[in-house]
Design a protein around this ligand. Structure first.
Ligand code: BT5
Length: 246
């Protein structure tokens, strides 16, 4: 794939959700690989299920990337999550330490969430057709007003504001690099993702349908399910929402 991600950037002054806008372009048949939709204000930012994403106008990055993911089988769709998480991870790690990827694809600094990613994949037959990668990255917001439990921004961590366009350009470069790696060196994408998981290799508290337990996060399997080991050596594999980080 030769087209760069971000060759075409659509900047919207105000929109409900950049992911919704991306879906609209796709349904109209006018999309191409690598189009980026960036909102200055996003009034109904979405997270997973019914979750909302808070972002003060002009302070943060709220964007969606449309990818041609037709080279992937549906069983490999988690690779898109990994690429997105790695691109955001690498962007943030240029500014601050202690960055990690909280499974499946939040980005944390320490124990705080600095970025959320919402991926919407479409499948046609035996392959994906396209993916919409929505990224919210807290850059210059200082006060958070929603019930988000642990938000943090780059400006809070650095005690200074950043130029949003510069962070945007870095993110696009990192996204191109990570996507290119997926095409040419998927094993690197897989190992980088696993190595940088939040709580990787650290005994910590979790809960699942059987109650609280102490576990050691090992990594993900080939379809992106989380693997956690117990003190007795047993390992459990979890789908999204089947395990809580305490
Ligand atoms: C996510 O969902 O974290 C994915 C967020 C994706 C947002 C982007 S912005 C551009 C694109 N267009 C959209 O409409 N969405 C994408 P989830 O893992 O479900 O987490 C959502 C939860 O994060 C909320 O329920 C809050 O608890 C918390 N939260 C909301 N806003 C936050 C913020 N700015 N910083 C940190 N945490 C936040």
């Amino acid at each position: 794939m030769t087209v760069s991600i971000g060759n075409e950037v659509i900047i919207l002054p105000s929109i409900d959700s950049t992911n919704n806008y991306a879906s609209k372009i796709i349904s109209e048949g006018t999309w191409e690989h690598g189009i980026v939709i960036r909102a200055q204000e996003q009034v109904s930012g979405r997270g997973m299920l019914d979750n909302k994403w808070e972002s003060e106008p002009l302070k943060n990055l709220s964007l969606s990337v449309i990818l041609d993911s037709s080279f992937l089988k549906p069983s490999s769709q988690f690779e898109i999550s990994k690429v997105a998480a790695i691109a955001v991870f690498n962007t943030i790690a240029l500014f601050v330490n202690n960055v990690s990827i909280k499974w499946p694809n939040d980005i944390y600094v320490g124990d705080k969430k600095i970025s959320g990613i919402l991926i919407e994949n479409a499948i046609t037959g035996k392959h994906l057709s396209y993916s919409i990668v929505g990224i919210g990255l807290n850059v210059n917001q200082i006060e958070f007003r929603s019930k988000a439990p642990n938000p943090v921004s780059l400006a809070q961590l650095l005690s200074q504001s950043l130029v949003l366009d510069e962070v945007f350009d870095i993110l696009l470069n990192q996204f191109n690099a990570a996507f290119q790696n997926l095409i040419s060196a998927q094993e690197e994408v897989d190992s980088f993702y696993s190595e940088n998981l939040y709580r990787k290799g650290i005994w910590s508290n979790y809960s699942d349908k059987n109650g609280h337990f102490e576990g050691n996060l090992i990594g993900v399997n080939e379809i992106g399910q989380l693997i956690i080991a117990r003190r007795n050596g047993e390992q459990t594999v979890y789908h999204f929402k089947e395990v809580q980080f305490l």
